[in-house]
Design a protein around this ligand. Structure first.
Ligand code: ADE
Length: 244
């Protein structure tokens, strides 16, 4: 999968290319990242990418022209790479569709995606109307720019790419992969300050362990996020055994 990211802070993306399991996916060429700085597509000596809002008020607005020129450069670069099918242009924004695991599973099928990271108060609506396919939010709160949200979305997509994770099963075992929260986990020692690991996990009986994990996931989800139980039931993800 090819990621193209429009950002005035390209260094922030080292968080994903240089650390942890996501960095392995880049070095194994399972995914690629190109960052594009709209300041490189300005014509004035100060490399201006923002200006005051028409109508007044505090905060600056990202100008349409540098963003449009950046996007054009991305599209011409993609067209040179004959094997990659151009994907959607997505603006990170609290006004967008709220990202979740289901959407992550859809988007990870794409060959390419362009993420636009806004800074300042807003992005000129004319750029959005002409070039953005959809807006994506990571939740109902505001952070200072689109970079952290883009990193969150990319990390989630990369986890789902084939062979990105060391253990082939680990993305399937993530919470939410079955629409439920995760079960509790334990490691050594067996007795930690007189608190014991649940006995079923020590027995080596895979069927019983799987049943216990499923049951604990259902209990945790019912207790903390009953809305997810309702959603899982409506999607037919709960068996008769689960309902007991
Ligand atoms: N930019 C600022 N806040 C955001 C959010 N919650 N999601 C996506 N982009 C954002």
């Amino acid at each position: 999968m090819r990621f193209d990211v429009i950002t005035i802070f390209p260094e922030m993306f080292e968080a994903i290319t240089q650390y942890g399991v996501t960095s392995r996916a880049f070095s194994k060429d399972i995914c690629r990242l190109n960052t594009w700085n709209p300041r490189d597509f300005t014509t004035d000596p100060r490399k201006t990418v923002d200006d005051r809002a028409y109508g007044g008020g505090p905060g600056m607005v990202m100008m349409a022209a540098p963003l449009e020129d950046t996007l054009q450069a991305i599209h011409s670069d993609i067209s040179k790479q004959f094997t990659v099918k151009k994907g959607p242009t997505v603006l990170m924004s609290p006004q967008g569709r709220v990202f979740n695991q289901e959407l992550s599973r859809e988007l990870c099928q794409l060959e390419q995606i362009t993420l636009v990271c806004g800074r300042y108060e807003a992005v000129d609506q004319r750029f959005i109307d002409q070039h953005v396919d959809f807006e994506l939010s990571i939740g109902d709160y505001v952070v200072s720019g689109g970079e952290l949200p883009a990193l969150v979305v990319m990390d989630s997509l990369i986890r789902l790419l084939p062979n990105a994770l060391g253990d082939a099963n680990s993305a399937q075992q993530d919470s939410f992969s079955e629409g439920l929260l995760d079960c509790p986990h334990y490691t050594r020692p067996e007795n930690y300050k007189n608190i014991l690991v649940p006995g079923v996990l020590l027995g080596g009986h895979h069927g019983r362990i799987e049943d216990w994990r499923r049951s604990e996931a259902l209990i945790a989800t019912q207790k903390r996020r009953p809305d997810l139980i309702v959603a899982a039931r409506n999607k037919g993800l709960l068996s008769k055994k689960d309902e007991k």
